[in-house]
Design a protein. Structure first.
Length: 200
């Protein structure tokens, strides 16, 4: 999968995600464990679209209202729920057995680099060139394999984010687990404020 295909796949990335430079791999001198390089391709902050309709209907509201609450992106012309999401480029080294890759957490940072909110990750998916869509992924990366991975994230607590939902770009720290080892990557996330700028 090419970098261009990853960045253009889906509404979130097409709407203006930010990218980070390639990261050094977790390396093992003896070659018995697969070396894995992970790059944060994009992070987009928005909502948690897992079951907004069901949640609102449980409160007695109409399903159509779930798509456009007063504080949602579609109320600003975005056209629907924007799923908070992180996308990764994962590269397996030439030698070794398959290893697992997962997102442990994504932290939102203030100007001083302190975490002000923590997002949980779920539903790992991998880009499928044949279908041109994401499909469920078991989280494993094999030797000489490159995967464009995507994880849905819980929605930010916008009251904790300096400037709130429409502040623009937000610094983030992504904690990854590669096998039994954890590592972090710093990046910049696009907020709904950024998405609105791109759409206009």
């Amino acid at each position: 999968m090419t970098r261009t295909a990853l960045l253009l796949s889906g509404l979130l990335v097409a709407c203006g995600s930010k990218t980070a430079p390639p990261a050094d791999p977790i390396a093992h001198v003896d070659g018995s464990v697969l070396d894995v390089a992970v790059e944060v391709a994009s992070v987009v902050l928005g909502d948690d679209c897992a079951s907004p309709v069901a949640a609102l209907e449980a409160e007695g509201e109409q399903a159509s209202e779930a798509k456009c609450r007063p504080d949602s992106p579609c109320s600003r012309g975005g056209g629907g729920c924007v799923q908070t999401q992180v996308q990764l480029s994962v590269q397996g080294g030439p030698v070794g057995t398959a290893r697992s890759v997962r997102v442990v957490k994504v932290e939102l940072l203030d100007a001083s680099g302190q975490a002000v909110d923590e997002l949980a990750a779920r539903q790992p998916k991998a880009w499928d060139d044949a279908s041109g869509t994401y499909a469920a992924w078991d989280g494993l990366i094999a030797a000489d394999e490159t995967i464009g991975a995507s994880f849905d994230l819980s929605a930010p607590d916008w009251s904790a984010v300096p400037g709130g939902r429409w502040a623009g770009s937000v610094a983030v720290r992504v904690t990854l687990a590669i096998g039994d080892e954890q590592t972090t990557r710093d990046s910049v996330a696009a907020s709904p404020g950024d998405l609105d700028v791109v759409e206009t």
